[in-house]
Design a protein around this ligand. Structure first.
Ligand code: RIB
Ligand code: CA
Length: 314
């Protein structure tokens, strides 16, 4: 029985690669791909989600969700880590769709339709998840699991010295989700930073003669350029794909029950994920955190998933 999944994404090529892997994975039924602002504006995220699904044209189209601004707007106006529309230089053109439901509505609808059976894979800021919980207070108890890409356990942040990007974009939403009585798995930067794709990856990607090969080869070069220009490294991180692979291959990761929260007001620490690791903790455990992973195996799982997607898509 395929696992029912909602992908909540702020594409970004990082997210787009994960969506590509999930859409054709026989273990997964992607019920919805819901857009959230983060790497790009909410408007651009909504268009990019549509572009990704149109370009990949999976046998079973997921429902799409429309992103909207978090309270107070996004603190980072476009990360341009992935090119100006954050899907690489191709800038896939899409016709604006009408009547796309708000992402939080799609999430509530799908979780209600499949109680205790849906895994939400949150690969962007947690704005939509928090709004869905506010909209339907029973959602935390009805959702099967929320897998969250983001946060940092021991290591530094990536958008500030203390905060990881997804948490930093909407700290109140992240705090609300962390504090919700839902079953959560956090995949922090400590783990996702350990996977780096080098240029060799282009030898392992499907050929340009396949739809998936054209798509992934279209979006990745600008990411390599951006990482070289901005970080001086000859390789890229694929945080979202690592989080998805961890969700689909739990045997490849080690998790620990922890008590985590999110700073929402610190001048230097807004968006920082904080964990109670005292000898005698008082915070109650509220999530499992991926603390170790077989990163080579996760990388292989991702590339096998992309290759299988190309086979399936033709
Ligand atoms: O910090 C990395 C995360 O922030 C990734 O999900 C990336 O796509 C951005 O959303
Ligand atoms: Ca993302």
């Amino acid at each position: 029985m395929a696992r029912k999944v909602i992908l909540d994404v702020d594409p970004g090529a990082d997210d787009a690669l994960a969506v590509c892997a999930a859409l054709f994975d026989p273990r997964v039924e992607v019920l919805a791909v819901t857009a959230v602002g983060g790497n790009v504006s909410p408007e651009r995220a909504t268009l990019n989600v549509q572009a990704i699904v149109e370009q990949l044209d999976p046998p079973r189209w997921p429902r799409l969700g429309q992103a909207s601004q978090p309270e107070g707007g996004l603190p980072v106006k476009g990360r341009f880590l992935y090119g100006d529309d954050s899907l690489g230089a191709d800038g896939f053109r899409v016709a604006e769709r009408q009547h796309v439901l708000a992402s939080e509505k799609v999430i509530c609808e799908q979780v209600r339709a499949h109680p205790h059976a849906v895994t939400i894979v949150a690969l962007g800021p947690l704005t939509n998840i928090a709004r869905a919980m506010a909209r339907d207070p029973e959602l935390p108890a009805l959702v099967g699991r929320i897998v969250i890409a983001g946060g940092a356990l021991h290591g530094p942040g990536n958008i500030t010295p203390t905060a990881e990007f997804n948490m930093y974009c909407d700290p109140p939403a992240a705090q609300a989700v962390f504090r919700s009585p839902s079953t959560k798995t956090l995949v922090p930067l400590d783990v996702t930073n350990r996977v780096t794709l080098s240029y060799d990856v282009f030898h392992r990607l499907p050929s340009e003669n396949t739809r998936v090969g054209r798509f992934v080869r279209g979006i990745l070069p600008s990411v390599f350029r951006a990482y070289r220009q901005q970080f001086g490294i000859e390789g890229i991180h694929v945080h979202d794909s690592v989080a998805l692979m961890a969700a689909l291959n739990p045997e490849l990761v080690v998790c620990r029950e922890m008590a985590g929260d999110v700073e929402t007001m610190g001048e230097l620490t807004t968006g920082m994920t904080v964990f109670d690791r005292r000898r005698v903790p008082t915070w109650r455990h509220n999530m499992e955190v991926v603390v170790d992973a077989q990163t080579d195996a996760l990388t292989d799982a991702l590339l096998q998933s992309i290759a299988a997607a190309a086979e399936a898509a033709g």
